[in-house]
Write a protein that binds this ligand. Structure first.
Ligand code: F3S
Length: 80
């Protein structure tokens, strides 16, 4: 199982992730991405059917702002 969260401090609002994985990512008023599933807390398991899209979005983010882990982020960005 996978969890995801966006580091909004490094997101540059490029807009790639929401285009790639519209079921997972949307944008706030400033265009910064967040995870729809759990309001960017990283606590919701990404549904299996969205895992491929998640991986594509992860690979496509130019600033590596999309984080993926096998445990809940509990609202905290894990700095790799
Ligand atoms: Fe931001 Fe990366 Fe998405 S820069 S808008 S998290 S693709």
């Amino acid at each position: 199982k996978k969890y995801t969260i966006v580091d909004k401090e490094t997101c540059i609002a490029c807009g790639a992730c929401g285009a790639t994985a519209p079921s997972i990512f949307d944008y706030d008023d400033e265009g910064l991405a967040f995870v729809i599933l759990d309001n960017n807390k990283g606590t919701a398991i990404v549904p299996d059917e969205y895992e491929d899209d998640l991986q594509d979005a992860f690979d496509g983010c130019p600033t590596e702002s999309i984080k993926i882990a096998e445990e809940s982020f509990e609202g905290k960005i894990i700095k790799a």
